[in-house]
Design a protein around this ligand. Structure first.
Ligand SMILES: Cc1cc2nc3c(=O)[nH]c(=O)nc-3n(C[C@H](O)[C@H](O)[C@H](O)COP(=O)(O)OP(=O)(O)OC[C@H]3O[C@@H](n4cnc5c(N)ncnc54)[C@H](O)[C@@H]3O)c2cc1C
Length: 466
């Protein structure tokens, strides 16, 4: 990865931008010099709780116990109400109704990323993607707490939140991913924030999707850059799918636009034949696909993306940097900072942190190399819920592979899509997980389009409704 001069990114008006961006969570970014020491600080915070009268009320409040009903059984606290956490909460109650399950998310409502590319192209309404945490908790008999997790004291088994701390017997960390802008040569937090504001990637926060939709529907013409990150990024097919949807929108709007799809990988990573065919047959006039385009810097003044080979000027862009596990794993003192994605050292089959069978890591924050997908997170959480329920009884369950199922919209009006279904197995020779029983359906059609929406509806039903 190149290490371009970051000053290229800093415009004088950055301070204004940073202030204006105050509403954006700092945890969206990876540059957290304080994070490595937070685990220690959090442990100290717990001790300080006994001697905190000198602290301002707002801080003292954080050190008090959160106002929740008294735990009726062993309490399982789930950090993150995405695809993994929502599924986990439901299936923990199914496998052990005596568990007292608390699901925490900082978002007041759930907006789905899967199927969102179809929403960008007006094939579904926002209602289709939006669901209530209250419905999920009520229908599946657990507590939902809309708050932000701030830190942990794993020795005292406490999760600290904006609402005070919560004592746990088991904790599941399912906080998803963050962007790692340093892997495209952008280390300065101010520059990262500015790039995020101007050209959000659309893979972490639903506000990014709203900005992207506005961009695609108001673009006046010229070069629009999209990219595919390298490493294990979230939803392997989605950046290629998004290029198709962007091209379909420009075609429908009759905008003279060229999409430059800069792939930081040597070739299309999944559904290769299908996407190649779509780029050539449907969007030959719109999409210019560039493999091995390793991004090493972005110049916001010049509106240029630099790769190891060339510089590309753009009129507008969606920049999707490589990703890493949520920095909450650092805050919990379990992130292995030597790993590319700063994941925790966990048991690959049972998901608990090595040396702590009361803390589990699931979903896109996991250390296993399974596809970062909603379906993967859902099927995995069903299994891990069973693992935790068994552990509480001193029992074990046999490992079963998560399943990945991923639809990709290719054309619109009517929606047409292709898909892949796969499991995983451990290759003893190579000592790594690999695809198993894979079914690729790369001939996109309207049945695929309908199936993609039926799949999403089924998943929402599982996580939110009875
Ligand atoms: C555009 C797009 C298209 C996609 N398409 C598909 C698809 O077709 N099929 C598919 O299977 N997958 C798809 N995915 C991938 C899928 O969305 C993710 O794999 C899935 O969301 C991962 O689930 P998760 O629970 O691990 O993380 P998330 O769903 O991201 O959930 C993490 C949750 O943790 C919460 N959180 C984080 N930090 C804190 C904190 N400090 N305090 C409180 N809460 C916190 C967040 O608010 C969030 O709700 C797509 C993703 C994108 C972006």
């Amino acid at each position: 990865m190149g290490n371009k001069d970051n000053s290229r990114l800093t415009r004088r008006r950055f301070i204004k931008t940073a202030v204006a961006a105050g509403a954006i969570s700092s945890s969206t970014f990876t540059s957290r010099p304080d994070a490595a020491t937070n685990a220690g600080k959090n442990a100290a915070a717990s001790d300080a709780a006994t001697d905190n009268n000198a602290l301002p009320f707002s801080i003292r409040k954080l050190l008090n116990q959160a106002n929740l009903p008294k735990a009726a059984g062993a309490r399982v606290v789930i950090v993150g109400g995405g695809w993994s956490g929502l599924t986990m909460a439901k299936y923990l109650k199914l496998h052990n109704p005596a568990f007292d399950v608390v699901l925490i998310d900082k978002r007041p409502e759930f907006i789905s990323f899967p199927a969102s590319n179809s929403w960008l192209a007006d094939q579904i309404n926002l209602d289709f993607l939006t669901h209530s945490y209250i419905d999920a908790a009520k229908n599946h008999n657990y507590l939902f707490l809309n708050t932000t997790v701030l830190g942990f004291d794993r020795e005292a088994k406490k999760v600290f939140t904006n609402n005070g701390y919560i004592q746990y017997d088991y904790m599941v960390l399912a906080p998803g991913i963050e962007y790692d802008y340093s892997r495209i040569g952008i280390d300065d937090p101010v520059a990262q924030m500015q790039l995020y504001n101007d050209y959000p990637g659309g893979f972490v926060n639903s506000s990014e999707l709203i900005t992207i939709k506005r961009k695609l529907h108001t673009f006046k013409g010229g070069t629009f850059i999209l990219n595919v990150p390298n490493g294990r990024y979230r939803c392997t097919a989605a950046p290629y799918e998004r290029a198709c949807m962007a091209a379909a929108i420009f075609r429908k709007r009759k905008v003279k636009a060229k999409i430059l799809l800069l792939d930081m990988n040597a070739e299309i990573k999944i559904k290769k034949q299908g996407f190649e065919k779509a780029f050539a047959e449907l969007y030959g006039d719109y999409i210019n696909y560039m493999p091995s385009a390793e991004i090493s810097g972005v110049d916001l003044d010049e509106k240029t993306v630099s790769t190891d080979f060339d510089d590309y000027r753009f009129d507008d862009a969606i920049i999707y940097p490589p990703v890493r596990a949520s920095s909450l794993l650092e805050d919990a003192g379990i992130a292995n900072m030597k790993t590319a994605q700063k994941v925790a050292d966990t048991d690959p089959y049972k998901y608990h942190v090595i040396g702590d069978e009361h803390v589990y890591v699931t979903g896109d924050s996991r250390s296993q190399p399974f596809s970062k997908g909603g379906h993967t997170a859902n099927s995995e959480a069903q299994y891990v819920a069973e693992v935790i329920a068994a552990h509480a009884l001193g029992k074990e369950v046999r490992w079963r592979s998560p399943q990945t199922m991923c639809f990709s919209a290719v054309d619109i009006d009517p929606l047409e899509a292709m898909s892949i279904i796969t499991f995983y197995r451990f290759n003893e020779q190579k000592k790594e997980f690999e695809f198993d029983r894979t079914h690729m359906m790369e001939d996109w059609n309207t049945e695929g389009g309908q199936a993609s929406l039926a799949w999403a509806e089924g998943m929402y039903r599982d996580m939110f409704y009875k």
